[in-house]
Design a protein around this ligand. Structure first.
Ligand SMILES: [Mn+2]
Length: 335
């Protein structure tokens, strides 16, 4: 089954809605538990507010090992391991719904054209009032995602966190837009102010001095893996929240799976040792969702071709579940 969004029909096909391809569509055998899978519903024209899920199986701009276009399907597959119950808060959210917009099948001749289509789709979903989880795909998609969100929410300002081993602020050289360029394009096009931009998890020996200086000159805030060890995660989160909420209305998180230590994430485009633990990323997502106006998150650079026992994919799904749980929890508890 294929569905279409508004008048983008000729360019974009939305398909692969989770509940359609999920081989275990029927309810679980145990009526005492609610599986995460059971709270997803295929989009049939609903308006928000709510949480939306969309996949972007696009890896034409990847700098590392190709294969990230297989990310959305593998993350969806891995949702099966989770329940709609947050033990830490004794919070059951099995009566909530997440609207699945499916995967965007792009028919584009160039990266630029593909990015324009991604922006349009994200704009449409956000304009309908959905907070959005985007499954990549290579990291280049964060630029058109932020562009679409900015257009949908103008003139509101967005604070942005990139959880990543790499800065991803490369120069676009000879017109080549890559998975290493998204945040430079976001900052240079003033979609986000450098003051409201934070990078967490940056590694030693994996970045260029020129790009460090670029972020520093833009007044961006960088926390390396060593900074987290020295300062502690709670302090890093506190300083991050100060930055991304300073003069802004909305916040957004980009999660590059290579921010995780290689041991938790063998299946990425650019494997990198000495990284974050899954728990540290969960804590960041939880805090930002609870304490700021978080409108979206992307999970990018999962490359299933190199994954071992779906380790990376299941970690990615765990991040998705944390976003959903914390977002619903905040809605229930903020008033
Ligand atoms: Mn990246």
């Amino acid at each position: 089954m294929e569905r279409k969004i508004d008048h983008l029909e000729d360019k974009i096909t939305i398909s692969e809605c989770l509940r359609e391809w999920e081989p275990h569509q029927k309810k679980g055998f145990d009526p005492n538990e609610t599986r995460m899978l059971d709270i997803f519903e295929c989009w049939t024209g609903e308006k928000g507010p709510g949480i939306g899920l969309v996949g972007i199986p696009f890896d034409s701009a990847v700098l590392g090992r190709k294969g990230a276009k297989g990310g959305p399907k593998k993350i969806r597959d891995s949702i099966r391991y989770f329940k709609a119950y947050d033990w830490s808060k004794d919070f059951w959210f099995g009566d909530e719904k997440v609207i699945d917009f499916g995967d965007i099948i792009l028919e584009a001749d160039s990266v630029v054209e593909a990015h324009d289509l991604i922006s349009e789709v994200i704009n449409k979903i956000a304009s309908r009032g959905f907070k959005t989880i985007i499954l990549g795909g290579d990291h280049s998609i964060s630029y058109p995602i932020i562009k679409g969100l900015k257009e949908a929410n103008n003139p509101k300002k967005i604070g942005l966190i990139n959880i990543d081993a790499h800065l991803d602020v490369r120069e676009v050289i000879k017109g080549r837009i890559t998975s290493g360029t998204p945040f430079r394009r976001i900052l240079d096009n003033s979609l986000v102010s450098g003051e409201n931009f934070v990078e967490i998890g940056i590694r030693n020996f994996t970045n260029a001095r020129t790009y460090r200086r670029y972020v520093e000159d833009k007044n961006g805030l960088i926390f390396t893996i060593e900074d987290i060890r020295e300062k502690g995660l709670a302090s890093v989160i506190e300083k991050t929240i100060q930055r991304i909420t300073k003069g802004t209305d909305l916040t957004y998180i980009s999660v590059d799976m290579d921010s995780l230590d290689q041991i938790y994430a063998p299946g990425v485009s650019a494997p990198t040792p000495d990284g974050l633990t899954p728990n540290q990323i969960m804590k960041i997502i939880q805090s930002i969702a609870e304490k700021t106006n978080l409108i979206g998150m992307d999970i990018v650079e999962l490359n299933p071709l190199y994954d071992t026992a779906d380790t990376t994919a299941i970690n990615a799904a765990n991040f998705l579940v944390q976003f959903i749980s914390s977002t619903f929890w905040k809605e229930k508890n903020q008033k």
